[in-house]
Design a protein around this ligand. Sequence first.
Ligand code: AHR
Length: 540
Amino acid sequence: MKRRHFIKTVAVAGAATATGALRTRLNAAQSVADTEIVLHPQAATTTISPLIYGHFIEHLGGVIYDGIWVGKDSKIPNSNGIRQQFIDDLKAIGAPTIRWPGGCFADGYHWRDGIGPAEKRPRTYNYWQQNTPQEVRGLETNQFGTHEFMELCKLTGAEPYVAGNVGSGTVKEFHDWVNYCNAPAGTLSLADERVANGDREPFNIKYWGIGNESWGCGGDMTPAEYAQHYRQYVSQFPTYLPPFLIATGPRGHSSDYDTGWTRGFFEDMQGRKSRVDGLSLHFYTDFRLTNFKAATFSPAEWYSVLLKGANIEKALLDNWDVMTKYDPSHHTKFIVDEWGNWYPPGEEIEPGFTISQPITLRDALHTALTFDIFNRHADKIAMANVAQTINCLHSLFHAHADKFVRTPVYYVFKMYQPHMNGRLVPMDIGGASQNVTAVEGTAKMPLVYGSASVKEAGALAVTLTNPSLDSAISVRLRIEGANASEVQGQVLTHDDRQATNTFATPDVVSLAPLSATVDGQFVRVTIPKQAVVSLSVRLS
Ligand code: AHR
C-alpha cells in the first residue's frame, strides 16, 4: 500500500518543502504536514455501542444540586425540578445513558432516604461533604432521589445505570431497591410503594453496578474480598428483565493499569456461577499530584495531557489480556464508567463545587482522542460514562443559578454522535508520528488521531484530531472500494490553546463548518492546528 507523509512550509517567502520521512518538529506557524489515511468501509466490523457516549452524575459539589436539580418552584426553566437547558442539551447529543448516584457517594447512599414526600426526606451525610465548607453547601437533602433520577432519564431518553451500595449497605437493601424499581405494580409491597410515590410503571432498570471503586472509597477491599461480596449481591438478584450486572474493576490510571485487581477478582470468581456482564474500569488522566492547572498551561503541558490521556488504550488492552485468560469468549465487557481529566484543586468554578474545574480546548482534544480509542475498541467496551457531565471534572456543562454554558467538551460529543450505532471502519492511519516536547521530555505523538464508522445507508462518519500546536495537517482520505459523492465538515478549534467558554463569553469555542472536497475515492481536508474535525461522507 502506497502511503505518503510530507511536510511543507507554506506562505513563507522562499518556502522550503521537506518530503519523505516526517520531520520531528515544525517551526513555522504556517507549516502544513500532509498525510494519507486509508479507510476500508467494506471491511466494517463491530457496531459501536451508543452507550460509549454515556454520562455520569453524582451527588457531589454542584453536580446534582444547582447543576441539574433546581427544584420545582424555581424561576429557572425546569421540567419537574430538572434544569430545562440540561435536558435539552443532553437530548441534542442523544445522551444514551446516565450513571447515578456515584461514584464514592454510591457506597454511602441509602435509597430509602430519597423517596417519598420531599419535605419528609431526611438530611443525611454525603461522603463528599467533608470536602465542602459547611456554610456553602450543606448535607445531602435527598431532594433528588430515585424518582427524580428516573424522571431525568425519561426526559432525556437516556438509559438508567444505577450503582448500588456495597461499602456501607447490605444485600437486602440492594435487592429491595431493585424490587422497588422493577417489580410490576400490584405484585410486591415494594412495587405498591413505588406506585404510591408516583410511578405506576416499573422503571425497568437493566444496568446495575455492584458498588464503586471497592478497592478505595467503596470499601477498601482486596479483589478476593470484593469477589465474595459481588457473588452475594448478584446470586439472588431479583430479575424482572435480563439485568446487566457490573463488577468493580481496576483503577486503570494506576502506573501498572491495576491489572492485579482484574486478575485477583477473576481468579476468585473461578468455578463460581455468578455472572459478570460488565467490568467497570476507571481511567482518570490524573494530574492531581502535579502543579498542572486546568485553565492555564504551557505547550509542554498541552502535550502531556494528551499523551497521558491516550494511555487509556494501554489500560484497556492490558486488562483485556488478563480477562482473556479467565473468559476467553469475552462475555464480560468493559464499562468505562468514569473517565476524564483531573487537575489539582484550586480552580473550582464556584465556591462549594467540589472537584470542578475550567474546561479548555485541551480537554476537547483529549475527549476526541479518547472517543477514537473507544471506537477502535468497540468490541471490548459496552458502555463509557464521562466524569462528570456537569459542574465537575471533565464536564460538558457549567451551571450556577440561572447561568448555563456549554464547555468545549460538549461540542466533541456532538461531533461524535454519528458514530453511535455505526459499524467500525478499519482506518489505516499510518505510522506517521511527530516529536513533541512534553513536560516529561521529548515524546513521539501520532500526527493525527482518528476513527471512522459507517451506517447501512452509506453514511461514513470520520473524526480526526490534529494535536499539533504548530502545524495544520492536510489529509487525503482514500476510501477503498467506494467513491465519495458528498462531504460535509465541521471543526472545533481556536487560535488560543487555552480557549474556554464562560458564562459571560459562552461561544468562544464552538463548532464551525470546514470545507472538504470529494474526488472519486478521495476526500481532502485540511485540519487546522489544535483542532478536532468531523466529516460526514456520502458513499456511492
Ligand atoms: O468522579 C469523582 C470521583 O472519582 C468518584 O466519586 C469516584 O468514583 C472517583 O474516584
